[in-house]
Design a protein around this ligand. Structure first.
Ligand code: CDP
Length: 228
């Protein structure tokens, strides 16, 4: 069967990774959480007190960073320099610092290079902010996921609570809005809908419903590629 590239972009915490994981599972594709890579870089910067205004310090730090993913007990897990950081990269401390880090062009250059390498063989679902506009401009299927901000904040609150993190609803919503602002106004690869992206509003869709919509789109693209 023909394999395609699927790019899923959208604002913070709108269910991109839930959809991307489910799609990858249904199609037997590789799933890549591009946000986890920016979170891993951010964790390294925090742990090593890298001053993000100091370009030389940032460059040096980037040389010492290696990010990889492994499937651990069926879960996509992020590794920073061979250490499992999946839990640490989801903390509010990282969430509060990730958008300024992800706005730095040399950080993006390193991360995007690795993302393109991972997507070379197609058969990939990647979610993020710039996947359809920058990383895989030629992706056969681009989805731009949107959801009401209050619903997004509530979902993230429950997700973090379930992971045992000590969080406050208000702080979560403030963080989502702050990241949306920084991510969509930065100069390098701002978050925006690609012209050829299909918008799905999942405010009132459950996981199965959003998956069904996306699978129909994916199947259409796979079929039309097979006809070429
Ligand atoms: O899951 P959530 O929506 O909270 O965010 P994420 O996907 O883990 O991404 C964390 C942050 O990384 C975003 O707020 C962006 O600042 C940055 N990011 C990016 O700049 N480009 C991407 N392709 C993915 C994430």
């Amino acid at each position: 069967m023909e394999r395609i590239t699927i790019a899923i972009d959208g604002y913070s915490s709108c269910g991109k990774s839930t959809l991307a994981k489910a799609l990858a599972k249904a199609l037997d594709y590789v799933y890549v959480d591009s946000g986890a890579m920016y979170r891993a870089v951010t964790l390294y910067f925090l742990n090593h007190q890298v001053d993000i205004r100091d370009e030389e310090a940032v460059k040096l730090a980037l040389k010492n960073i290696s990010i990889s993913f492994k499937n651990i007990k069926g879960k996509n897990t992020t590794f920073l320099n061979q250490q499992n950081v999946e839990h640490e990269i989801r903390t509010m401390q990282v969430s509060n610092f990730v958008s300024p880090v992800a706005a730095i062009p040399i950080v993006r250059r390193k991360v995007v290079r690795q993302q393109r390498e991972m997507g070379k063989e197609k058969g990939i679902v990647m979610d993020g902010r710039d996947i359809g506009t920058v990383v895989f401009k030629d992706a056969e299927l681009k989805i731009f996921l949107v959801a009401d901000p209050d619903i997004r904040a509530e979902r993230r609150y429950r997700e973090l609570l379930a992971k045992g993190l000590d969080v406050e609803r208000k702080a979560i919503k403030a963080n989502l809005l702050e990241r949306d602002h920084i991510d969509s106004t930065r100069a390098d690869s701002p978050l925006r809908q690609a012209e050829d992206a299909i918008v799905i509003d999942n405010s009132f869709l459950n996981e199965q419903e959003q998956l069904s919509k996306a699978l129909i789109l994916a199947q259409e693209r796979i079929n039309s590629k097979a006809r070429l």
